[in-house]
Design a protein around this ligand. Structure first.
Ligand SMILES: Cc1cc2nc3c(=O)[nH]c(=O)nc-3n(C[C@H](O)[C@H](O)[C@H](O)COP(=O)(O)OP(=O)(O)OC[C@H]3O[C@@H](n4cnc5c(N)ncnc54)[C@H](O)[C@@H]3O)c2cc1C
Length: 395
């Protein structure tokens, strides 16, 4: 990021607009009717929060980043991020919003064919159909260039062979966006990637759940592709050039991952602040002790700093400016700040911090996840070291 690019960002206001304030308030009221207990009940069942999702969809909030001509709100990533931050601040950090309108909606808006946009965007925007996203592989992990799941052309179809792991929400999706290798760059030796729309019940596709410590409505799966046929009409973007559309989805993913953390951080700090005002074990509320106040104050500042970078990243993305660096920084800062805020809130609750009733420790998985996915802390540091500091690539 260069200093001289900062003043030219067009839409990053110092204060939220009245529309943003109203959006936050409305989402917060809707989410408040459900609350964290509903989120945990859905998580225990491995079921989506359908009623909340439908209510947000009816209010037009699921597809805020989708153009109006496809039934969306015609706003941007900023507005979608506000929705998810308020959901998270209400104790309901739904990954489905990241995956469907966030990643796949963003990609289809920019890179879908006219037919694909007509077919899928109205359904995504209305929350009627959900997409998930399948990139990670057992033997490629953080190195997307090593993706080994292969699609080969066969007549009018593509035929996919390989596997993916840790794919969230496949059991409740209508479609998913698959990243597969369709060739190899002779010069660099790297895989040439392409994107495909796949139906979860396609013949030859099987899945196995991966039990994890994440307590969220979305479960994770390993997917096995055994000659899964995909019609050529389901290719998104240009064959062999999938990295371009991919990054138009991955930057929103980073911003949305960041607001899960800032939102849960706000949720945890609000609970903690209430608690320490009421809990009294030495004749005064524990919040009167400096050793209880200071960590809460520090965590509050960390969350606010992360939010500042997050809104900057969203504004850059919405202004169609390079957003990779800011999105990486936002995700890094927010994932650390969110985890620290949650941990601080647990600490000031004493033993109650671990009780299900207090709804804190059960959010550890979703916040801790954001230091691993969608891109790990270490890979963000690699990116910043190389591209911001100009240091040699270290991997
Ligand atoms: C709950 C959950 C949900 C997920 N949902 C999805 C999903 O819906 N879709 C999807 O595609 N993926 C999903 N993922 C996968 C996630 O994006 C990956 O786990 C993540 O990208 C890291 O890949 P990996 O697990 O293979 O780790 P690895 O790549 O094996 O890395 C392991 C460790 O080594 C470090 N490391 C690796 N390479 C380097 C390097 N060059 N320099 C420094 N450090 C390095 C990493 O930072 C990490 O700490 C999910 C994961 C989880 C846990």
């Amino acid at each position: 990021m260069t200093m001289d690019s900062a003043p030219t960002v067009p839409s990053l206001a110092l204060e939220p607009t009245p529309e943003e304030v109203l959006l936050r308030k409305t989402v917060s009221e809707i989410v408040g009717r459900y609350g964290h207990a509903c989120y945990m009940a859905a998580s225990a069942q491995g079921e989506p929060m359908t009623d909340l999702w439908n209510e947000l969809a009816d209010a037009g909030f699921i597809g805020l980043n989708i153009p109006e001509e496809y039934g969306g709100g015609g706003a941007g990533l900023m507005e979608l991020a506000i929705v998810l931050e308020e959901m998270s601040a209400g104790g309901c950090p739904e990954l489905a919003l990241v995956l469907s309108p966030g990643i796949v909606g963003s990609i289809l808006v920019k890179h879908g064919t006219p037919e694909q946009r007509q077919r899928y965007l109205p359904a995504i925007a209305a929350g009627r159909e959900k997409f998930v996203f399948a990139l990670t592989e057992p033997n490629a992990g953080s190195n997307s260039h090593n993706v080994a799941t292969t699609a080969r052309r066969d007549g009018s179809d593509w035929v996919v062979q390989g596997s993916k792991y840790y794919i969230s929400g496949v059991d409740h999706c209508d479609h998913f966006l698959l990243v597969a290798r369709t060739g190899r760059d002779e010069q660099s030796g790297r895989g040439q990637l392409s994107l495909f729309i796949v139906e979860p019940d396609a013949p030859g596709l099987t899945r196995e759940p991966i039990p994890t410590a994440l307590r969220a409505p979305e479960r994770q799966f390993t997917l096995f592709f055994d000659d899964v046929r995909i019609p050529a009409t389901h290719v998104v973007g240009e064959i062999g050039h999938g990295l371009v559309p991919l990054f138009d989805g991955l930057n929103p993913e980073r911003v949305l991952s960041a607001v899960i953390c800032t939102g849960v951080g706000r949720y945890a700090l609000a609970k903690a602040t209430r608690y320490v005002k009421e809990r009294n074990v030495w004749g005064v509320p524990i919040g009167a002790h400096q050793a209880v106040q200071h960590p809460l104050a520090a965590a509050t500042m960390e969350i606010e700093a992360a939010r500042g970078m997050t809104w900057r990243a969203a504004a850059l993305y919405d202004a169609a400016r390079p957003a990779g660096e800011a999105a990486n920084m936002a995700k890094y800062l927010a994932s650390k700040a969110g985890a620290h805020a949650l941990d601080t809130a647990i600490q000031v609750h004493g033993g109650n911090g671990l009780a299900d009733e207090y709804g804190l420790a059960d959010l550890w998985g979703i916040v801790r996840l954001q230091q691993i996915a969608p891109v790990s802390t270490e890979m963000v540091l690699n990116h910043i070291a190389q591209h911001t500091l100009g240091l040699p690539r270290s991997y």
